[in-house]
Each structure stands twice: as C-alpha cells, then as structure tokens.
Design a protein around this ligand. Structure first.
Ligand code: HSE
Length: 436
C-alpha cells in the first residue's frame, strides 16, 4: 500500500486532537483510504511537555525547516495559528511540493489569495475545513456540493465564545463583564479574549466564506466589525420583550454585484433555528439559488471537533495525492482566471430594521423630540416601549424601526445624542427580520 507521510506544525489543543485521531481511529483511516497515512514528524517549541497522547520516539522536533524541505513528507498540517511564521512556513511547504491542511482563519483572511495562488502554481492542495465553524463541514459544502449555486446570503454564528457569553447573559440576566470573567475562569474564553469578543475572529471566518461563495478576494478592513462588549442585560431583556434574541451574527448578502459583509450583534426572531443555536455551538445558514435555504450547526471549537475537521482534510489530501491528483480543485473554489473583484457595500447604504434605546429624562415633550428627529430623517417607528425603570433619573425609551437606511439612522442618532434630555449615548442593535 502506498504510504503518504504527514507532518504537524504546532502541538497545542487541536494538534493533540489530531495525534489522538491518528492513533484512536487508525482502523477507520485504513478502511476508508487506499493509501496509508502516517504522521511522521511533529514540530513544536516545547518537546518535553506531556499532552496525554503517545508519540513515537524521534517524531517530535523543534526544527520546522527540516520538515519543510524534507522530500519524504507529502503533507503539512499547520496548527500553529497567527500570521507569522505560519505564512512563511506554509509558502515554503508549498514551494517544496507539499499539500497543506490548515485551521488558520486569521492567516487565510489576510493572506488567502497569496497562499492559494502559490498552491495553484505548485499544483498542490490547500485544505482549510477547520478554519471556519469547527466540526461543521461548511467549506467543503460550499466548494464542492453547493458549487453550482449563486449564493444570495450567508448568515453565521461563527464564534463559540461570544455565543456562550450571550447565551448565559440571556439565560441568567447577567452582564457582559461578569459572564466573561466566569467564562475565562472555566476555560470557555481566552485570557486575552479580544479577537473573540470584538468580533474579529468571526470576521476572519466571514472573509473566508465570502471568498468561497463569490470567488472574490476580500479586503478584511472593509468588513464592518462590532463586538459584543456593549451589549447590556437591559438590551437582552428588551429584546426578549419584543420577541428577539441577540446573537453575534456574521452576515453576507449579495446585492446587485456588491457584497454586504458585516459582523455585529443582531436581534433574531425567537423560534428561528439560528436563534436557537446556543452555548458554544456555531451555525451557518446559506441561501443558494438552487439549494434554497440550508442550515448547518455543530461544535465550532474544541479539541475533537476541530481535529475531526482537520482529519477530513487530511483524508481528502491523501486521496488526491494517492491518485496524483493534488490541485484538482481550486482552494478558493474558483479557477484563478475567474476570480473577480466585487465591492463591499458601505455600511451607510445597508438597509435594516433597528432597535434603538435612549436613556431619556422623564419629562413632557421628550418622546416628541425623539420621534420628531426620527421622522425628519424619514425613519418609521414600528414599535415602542417606555418603561418605568429609573436609572439615574432617566428612563429607557426603546424604539424599533421599520426597514431603513443606516445613514439615516446615524444622522438621527447624532441629533438625538446632542439633546440635553438624553443622558448617555443611544444604543443601536440591528434586527435581521427575514434571514433570506
Ligand atoms: N475562538 C473561537 C471561538 C474558536 O470562540 O469560536 C476557534 O475558531
């Protein structure tokens, strides 16, 4: 039986899961593959630490370069994360004719086109199923199974940390800071949670999905990104009263040759399948012209879930290499001469329904002033609540708007925030009413 040799770069949580999969499910790999795949080298800085998995003598090394230039190694699995040196290592592995499997969404979001082009020229594969939504096979689904579709929209709950925090805030009525601290203690959030809670991780993943769906490189800085740090228990409570749940949603919509690309807290109707995706789970809802709506959900992170996705890629790479067919499928799903440049729609031009919360002084005429400004900007009020809860002599006034343009909302909020009867900056949360 032909032998394919693989090497692992990075021996953290997911890397440990990959070693475990090679050992625990070796029989399945033998039953499903026509070639034998062997993990021959693992590069890690710390070769002394025990990870609770068995590694044969001589497999561990600190010398990454010896792997990258070794002609016997066919496949490099990059699980180091970060931009550098991961980018340099991947490009070097490709230059030496190796296929690459990576879970590195940050790298792909910023350097995907460079890596994919290098792979195309070298005739090797780059697989990255584990980069988006962990165990959910969304990359392969879009690239292979759904390839004939023109995609209209993609909605994703793509960050398990945020979904866990928002779920607990919803269930317990707790505030963000309190839940974050507890999540960190329990290991559900990183010690430095910036990439997760500020929406950057979800935006990286959205960028990868957009390239795949539309065959366009994405300028990452053009993805509007807003995290969950400003969501309060009060907003979650009002959302519930209006029949919504708040999720950090990654949104992509095709609109007349332009793309909407944004990540922000979003109110979703209670009872919609996406709003029922709770805890550390992820979900992706895709609308294609042939497929109609598809929703996939599952574990977006964790050792086994992510390692399982990596192993699916390893198996695909082994199959291609065994048949000398590496590079048969373009990494971004489109032929290089079909890659086009689509513009990202500026946020000011998007249309949405909005939840607006003002902390206003409880005196005659205040509501009239707020409603007058909204009316002046052509914003229609759909629903409204003013409660008797008193917070520092102010009352929350909450307004849900009809479908309106973000620029008008911004203009209205600037005027309302300048009123001396309004106590603190107004709060805006977008509502996704239809999800089609
Ligand atoms: N940090 C990510 C999350 C998992 O919380 O979903 C890895 O992509």
């Amino acid at each position: 039986m032909k032998q394919i040799k693989a090497a692992l770069l990075g021996f953290g949580t997911v890397g440990t899961g990959v070693v475990k999969a090679f050992a625990d499910n070796a029989d399945l790999l033998r039953q499903r593959l026509d070639a034998e795949v062997v993990l021959t080298r693992i590069a890690t800085r710390d070769i002394e630490r025990s990870r609770g998995v068995e590694v044969a003598p001589g497999v561990l090394t600190q010398d990454v370069d010896s792997i990258l230039v070794d002609p016997d190694i066919d496949l490099v699995i990059e699980l180091m994360g970060g931009y550098e040196p991961a980018r340099t290592y991947i490009l070097k592995a490709i230059a030496h004719g190796k296929d690459v499997v990576t879970a590195n969404k940050a790298l792909l979001a910023l350097h995907g086109p460079e890596i994919f082009e290098a792979a195309r020229k070298a005739g090797v594969d780059v697989f990255y199923e584990a980069a988006v939504a962990g165990a959910i096979p969304v990359i392969t689904a879009i690239r292979e199974n759904l390839g004939v579709n023109r995609f209209q929209s993609v909605f994703g709950i793509l960050n398990g940390t945020c979904n866990y925090i928002l779920t607990r805030m919803t269930d317990e009525g707790a505030d963000f800071a309190e839940v974050l601290e507890d999540a960190q203690t329990q290991g559900y959030a990183e010690a430095d949670p910036t990439f997760d809670v500020e929406g950057i991780d979800a935006a990286h993943k959205l960028s990868v999905l957009i390239s795949l769906c539309f065959g366009t490189p994405v300028d990452f800085d053009q993805i509007y990104t807003e995290g969950i740090g400003a969501i309060s228990a009060l907003d979650i409570q009002f959302a519930r009263e209006f029949g919504y749940k708040i999720k950090l949603l990654a949104i992509c919509k095709e609109d007349g040759g332009r793309i909407e690309a944004r990540v922000h807290p979003t109110m979703l109707p209670q009872g919609h399948p996406l709003s029922d995706v709770d805890g550390v789970f992820n979900a992706v809802r895709i609308m294609g012209d042939f497929s109609g709506p598809i929703m996939l959900s599952g574990r977006g992170a964790g050792m086994e879930a992510t390692a399982g996705a990596v192993m699916g890629d390893v198996m695909a790479a082994v199959r291609n290499r065994h048949r000398d067919a590496s590079g048969r499928s373009p990494a971004c799903g489109y032929r290089s001469d079909a890659i086009r440049s689509l513009d990202i729609k500026p946020m000011d031009e998007i249309q949405s329904h909005y939840y607006l919360r003002f902390m206003a002084r409880d005196q005659p005429g205040v509501l009239g002033q707020i409603a007058g400004i909204l009316g002046g900007e052509g914003i229609g009020i759909a629903r409204m609540i003013q409660t008797e809860r008193h917070v520092e002599n102010t009352v929350p006034v909450v307004i849900l708007t009809h479908d309106t343009c973000e620029a008008n909302i911004r203009a209205a909020l600037a005027q309302i925030d300048a009123l001396d009867v309004v106590g603190e900056p107004s709060r805006l949360i977008r509502i996704e009413a239809s999800l089609d």
